[in-house]
Design a protein around this ligand. Structure first.
Ligand SMILES: [Zn+2]
Length: 417
């Protein structure tokens, strides 16, 4: 029980477990299912749910389909409950979303930027401050995904945009000039591929997979090895830069400083190059999408390079499954045979017998954003996080018209608090 010895500690521990279960299932399981999943006594679950509803952490809705004569409640996010702000900063634009417990995402803003640290992050800092003002104490944290390795909790390098050691939290704070608003807290800054892989492990095709390889294809390619649902991050948090390994015999210099990086051969930049179009600097997304949709030769060439690199990584890591996000699923869909054929000669004989399956992400382009959200809820869904929420919400007994709709229902057999 994680050292929970007193009844108070046990209750705090069970509050976290119940909220975590509601979040992880996407607020789809009924109270009785959750009670069984968590091996709780029915009365205990009832008391827990009532307490969490009182704290504006949970709200129950009747299940859409319920057994006749017996109303079934589904615990989900409270209308005044915690929200995570999540951002996916891509090379040419950022997307900012509000995420509820259970993982429902509402995109608030999508804004193009000029590819410079100032041009991307200052306006983002302003937007985050405005949404914190609007949402007040409901905001429990901010997660920011970026397309490059992240060191020391927030120093980001995006070589092909010429970002070197950019202090992301400092630039976001510089954009937040509203000192009267609620405190920003330190954002969780992470690599987009690692976030996408975490989201895939929680809500997608890497769920319950012990060893999986996730590859995210955007302008170039990022990869990460997932073991037991966690990215293998390296000693300094910047491991798994598979896109910067020489896996394809290319001799092309990469903006990262190394020679012959795999990532330069897979992604929007490679598609543009094959089509004879200008590329680099995080520009040309629309043209690349056009090439992807219309230029079979460029798609095949890029898919072959993807297949060769995957074979090398499969030899090294023996994953159960290789998942693809970003442009990856479309490359696989449009030129899967070329991808597999190009990879096969590079597989060890023992791997050829039973190669891992290759699958498109279940989350599409949303993975990085969802992973950024998970990083916030991972910090919040702790005994300390919930305690802080309680301390920050002394006004929970407030009476507002909306509150009438918040029912603390009790299925038969359970007694209200
Ligand atoms: Zn490189």
């Amino acid at each position: 029980m994680n050292g929970a010895t007193t009844s108070g500690e046990l209750r705090a521990h069970n509050r976290v477990r119940l909220l975590r279960a509601v979040h992880d299932c996407g607020a789809t399981r009924t109270r009785s299912q959750l009670t069984r999943d968590l091996r709780l006594a029915r009365g205990t679950a009832s008391v827990l749910v009532a307490g969490l509803a009182e704290d504006e952490l949970l709200h129950e809705e009747p299940a859409r389909e319920h057994v006749r004569g017996r109303p079934t409640q589904v615990p989900g996010p409270h209308p005044y409950g915690p929200v995570a702000l999540a951002v996916d900063v891509r090379e040419d634009a950022w997307e900012l979303a509000e995420c509820e417990l259970g993982g429902r995402v509402t995109v608030l803003e999508v804004r193009p930027h000029d590819g410079t640290p100032e041009g991307a992050l200052r306006p983002l800092g302003e937007a985050l401050a405005a949404h914190r003002d609007r949402l007040g104490r409901r905001v429990v944290g901010t997660g920011v995904a970026l397309a490059g390795p992240v060191r020391h909790g927030g120093l980001v390098d995006i070589a092909h945009l010429d970002w070197h050691g950019v202090d992301v939290p400092a630039l976001l704070a510089a954009g937040d000039r509203d000192e009267a608003g609620p405190p920003a807290g330190t954002p969780v800054v992470g690599n987009d591929t690692a976030f996408a892989a975490v989201a895939e492990a929680r809500r997608g095709r890497l769920r319950d997979v012990r060893v999986g390889l996730h590859l995210h294809v955007d302008f170039d390619l990022g990869g990460v090895l997932m073991v037991d649902g966690r990215p293998v991050a390296g000693a300094g948090g910047v491991g798994a830069e598979f896109g910067h390994m020489p896996l394809t015999e290319s001799r092309r210099p990469c903006a990262c400083g190394a020679l012959g990086c795999w990532g330069a051969d897979v992604g929007a930049n490679a598609l543009l190059r094959h089509a004879g179009l200008a590329h680099g600097g995080g520009r040309g997304r629309e043209q690349a999408e056009h090439v992807l949709a219309t230029d079979a030769a460029a798609v095949e060439a890029t898919s072959r390079m993807l297949g060769r690199g995957i074979a090398a990584l499969v030899n090294a890591h023996d994953p159960e499954v290789v998942t693809l996000s970003g442009h990856g699923p479309e490359l696989f869909e449009r030129a899967g045979a070329a991808l597999l054929a190009a990879g096969e000669p590079y597989l060890m004989a023992i791997r050829r017998e039973r190669p891992p399956r290759i699958e498109g992400s279940a989350l599409g382009w949303r993975g990085a954003l969802l992973g950024a959200m998970e990083s916030v809820f991972d910090a919040f869904l702790t005994v300390e996080g919930l305690e802080l929420w309680r301390n920050n919400h002394p006004d929970q007994a407030r009476d507002t018209p909306d509150r009438q709709s918040v029912t603390h229902s009790t299925p038969d057999g359970d007694r209200p608090l």
